[in-house]
Design a protein around this ligand. Structure first.
Ligand code: UD1
Length: 458
């Protein structure tokens, strides 16, 4: 065998380089809510008048939704974080597979399209790789409202065949308080003939935000934020201007960033009631949390101890913050148990956290975590949006350097993340395609090199 080392050229995809272990200080600014913005944009299809949505974050999911609306014939104009949408001349009832595949929220268009055009053809949606995510509850709701719906070759074909092309109010009970299904039924029923009720409706703040905007467009919807929502159908909806609520998931991620780096931080703007379950778990594990001005929170982490969480619909602990909270628990004193009860495939961060030295035993959808003194920088990869956030937080707290790949996931849900983190003292930077030469006889990962360095130092 030849002893001559071969030089290989590796292309590292766009990634974040993170120097871990630095304390943070200052104010972390929260953007407008992604999940609200997406559904509000779809709701713009319900009126022929112009809608102005303000405080919309710049994210790839928002760009895809913009492309979807343009494809249907809507006119969009952007200025800063505001989007104006005029859907007077929408003509297309069909969404292209290419766009729908990357954004589950594209399915939100089905209710407005049915209402405006009497038909909608939408491929079964894609989105984050966190489970099967069926749309049966959406379809059940649309059928109850009088739509004819069938699925052929993975395309949902829905139409209204009444003479007046109007859906009919109905009493609908959801078997699970699905956020998306509640939103689909809300948008489909606000222009239906008669009264609709949704029992076991989702109570998430994004539902309340949607209803606030629909009501300011002229809809008559009552009970948003409770388990029973009543909708009295109206003849038409008008344009309005609406300011999107702060992103509670981004805010929660930042509070956890403070806790995991053991740094006092101010986070906002946010609506504390939207984060009650998260705030109480952060307090329980050792953080002092107080109001700071009108709409900011100050968090001061003390010694962090293990606490258990179980995800559930709002007002319970949000599934979207399960992964970031697990990173925190990986560094806590003692043990904790995290149960994922909303999605069945949302533990993709576990393997990456283990690469960084976390001690986690996964039993189906329950993670048993034994906190370690510190995580160690590594080459890590995000495979879905929230697990990516969790991994970046772990990198911030870890000893040594990390390379994070999976920006395509992170960029779906966190606006200017590295800029915001840099502003509070993180050493984190985005690198685009880089070619590295490495010797095939000594192809160590960063984490191996870090561990070697630490051994040498010890
Ligand atoms: C929304 C959020 C997502 C969040 C989730 C739960 C958006 C764009 N996304 O997703 O970030 O994690 O709420 O808070 O707003 N289900 C069915 N049949 C259906 C619909 C849902 O079985 O027809 C199941 C899902 O598979 C899942 C559970 O219900 O297990 C919750 O899903 P749902 O509340 O609908 O979440 P999304 O609206 O997809």
């Amino acid at each position: 065998m030849s002893s001559v080392a071969t030089i290989k050229r590796n292309v590292i995809p766009p990634h974040l380089e993170v120097k871990g272990g630095y304390p943070l200080t200052g104010i972390l600014k929260v953007s407008g809510a992604k999940n609200s913005s997406l559904v509000l944009m779809a709701a713009a299809l319900l009126t022929k008048e112009t809608l102005c949505i303000k405080n919309v974050p710049h994210l790839t999911d928002i760009h895809v939704m913009s492309e979807i609306l343009s494809n249907l014939g809507a006119k969009l104009t952007n200025k800063g974080n505001s989007i104006k949408i005029n859907s007077e001349f929408i003509h297309n009832a069909e969404l292209p597979y290419r766009l729908v595949q990357s954004l589950r929220a594209s399915f939100f268009c089905i209710g407005p399209l049915l209402t405006r055009l009497g038909e909608a053809n939408i491929p079964l949606p894609g989105g984050c790789n966190i489970g099967t995510r069926p749309v049966d509850a959406h379809i059940h709701g649309l059928k109850a409202l009088g739509a004819e719906v069938e699925i052929n070759n993975d395309v949902v074909k829905a139409q209204v065949s009444t003479k007046d092309k109007r859906l009919r109010g109905a009493n609908i009970t959801l078997t699970y308080p699905s956020v998306g299904a509640t939103e689909t039924i809300l948008m489909a029923s606000c222009l239906a003939l008669g009264k609709t009720t949704i029992s076991n409706a989702a109570r998430e703040p994004e539902i309340q935000d949607l209803v606030k905007m629909l009501n300011s467009m002229g809809a008559r919807i009552y009970g948003a934020g409770t388990k029973k929502i009543t909708i009295i159908g109206v003849e038409n909806l008008k344009g309005t201007s609406h300011f999107v609520i702060p992103d509670r998931i981004e805010a929660g991620t930042f509070l956890i960033a403070a806790a995991i780096t053991r740094s006092p931080l101010i986070v906002g703007p946010l609506i504390p009631n939207h984060l009650s379950a998260v705030i109480s778990k952060l307090q329980e594990c050792g953080c002092s949390i107080s109001h700071h001005g009108n709409n900011h929170i100050k968090i001061i982490p003390r010694e962090i101890s293990g606490v258990d969480i179980t995800t559930s619909p709002f007002p319970g602990f949000p599934t979207d913050l399960q992964a970031p909270f697990m990173s925190l628990m990986a560094t806590a004193k003692g043990s904790s148990k995290i149960k994922e009860k909303v999605f069945e495939k949302r533990m993709q961060h576990v393997i990456e956290l283990k690469k960084m030295g976390a001690c986690i035993y996964l039993e189906k959808n329950t993670a048993h975590i034994k906190g370690v003194k510190e995580l160690v920088g590594s080459n890590v990869e995000g495979r879905d949006l929230r697990s990516s956030a969790a991994i970046v937080l772990a990198c911030l707290s870890a000893k040594g350097n990390s390379i994070f790949t999976g920006l395509e996931h992170l960029d779906r849900g966190y606006e200017k993340l590295e800029e915001k983190l840099t502003n509070v003292g993180s050493i984190i930077s985005r690198k685009f395609n880089q070619t590295t030469s490495h010797n095939s006889l000594s192809s160590k990962t960063i984490s191996e090199e870090n561990i070697d360095t630490q051994k040498k130092a010890a």
